[in-house]
Design a protein around this ligand. Structure first.
Ligand code: AMP
Length: 285
């Protein structure tokens, strides 16, 4: 496994593969890797002979400076973990490498309300920064396939919209959410949870399963109300629990009017903000 820090070094590693038209898989991460990230790399390895994983804590997507400062950074351990899943190249650039002063990297995309609802409401500017870094990293790595987790549902939905809007050639592959034993979605932030909060955070997945199990029997607003009640527990503070159309991210009222429905939740467990989601309906499933 090669570890590179600059675009020049990365190009030197990839130019041969690019010339031969070998498929390059790309897994962008912010590090502090866990089994969820590693599953993306493993899936990438199945599809692409060469896999690049980037580790870059992107400052432009943090609307909260404190969150950025507290974001865990564990590069050495991350590289050891990536080696266990046969990652080929780790790209761990400095901020100046991703955002050189002489390069305009901001994007303005017309992708409707996808960026302003849900996470967009609570983390203003977050998706502008996310889209900016993903586009910049795609320009640098030039992968044939991009692997992202369903865990960040709105994120991959927006990235797909960006790929469509800019007619990029990279194919997005969405990988299932890896969970801890009791159901909590794996996240780099879980390490910061108090042990008691981590245990009780299992209620998040339970509330999503409740929504899925009752989709055909209870009205949507009742499901949301019940789920909100389930999540009203000590030291936890809910931001949203919403059932929306999986394509538009707009609210659902009649289940039969939609082919694709997803429930999304964001909640603070003490000082730690957690998000999760579950697909409730997808035509053909
Ligand atoms: P992050 O480092 O949190 O920015 O995540 C990098 C990538 O890993 C994103 O595509 C995430 O959706 C994905 N990811 C994060 N957590 C999980 C998980 N529990 N299961 C699968 N993929 C995940």
């Amino acid at each position: 496994m090669k570890i590179v820090n600059t675009v020049e070094q990365l190009n030197a590693e990839l130019s041969n593969h690019r010339q031969k038209g070998i498929k390059i898989g790309f897994v962008p991460t912010m590090g502090a890797l866990h089994a969820g990230h590693l599953s993306l790399v493993s899936q990438a390895k199945k599809k692409c002979p060469v896999v690049v994983c980037s580790i870059f804590v992107n400052p432009t997507q943090f609307n909260d400076k404190n969150d950025l400062a507290k974001y865990p950074r564990t590069l050495e351990k991350d590289c050891q973990l990536l080696q266990t899943v046969a990652c080929d190249i780790v790209f761990a650039p400095l901020v100046e490498e991703v955002y050189p002063p002489n390069l305009e990297t901001k994007l303005s995309l017309n992708i409707g309300s996808l960026t302003t609802v849900l996470e967009g409401e609570f983390r203003p500017g977050h998706f502008d920064g996310m889209v900016q870094v993903v586009k910049r990293l795609l320009d640098i790595v030039q992968p044939s396939h991009l692997f992202m987790g369903q865990k960040d549902f709105q994120q991959f939905t927006i990235v797909q919209a960006m790929i469509n809007a800019l007619k990029l050639k990279t194919k997005l592959v969405v990988c299932k959410t890896e969970r801890e034993k009791h159901g909590l979605a794996m996240s780099s932030r879980n390490e910061r949870l108090l042990p008691d909060h981590r245990l009780r955070a299992a209620i998040i997945h339970k509330s999503l399963l409740f929504a899925k199990n009752n989709l055909s029997t209870l009205p949507i607003n009742k499901i949301e109300q019940q789920a909100i009640k389930m999540l009203d527990i000590q030291d936890f503070k809910l931001e949203y629990f919403k059932i929306v159309d999986g394509s538009t991210l707009q609210p659902v009222t009649q289940v039969d009017d939609h082919k694709y429905i997803v429930a999304l939740v964001a909640i603070w467990a003490g000082e730690v903000r957690l998000i999760d989601n579950l697909i409730l309906k997808k035509q053909g499933e």
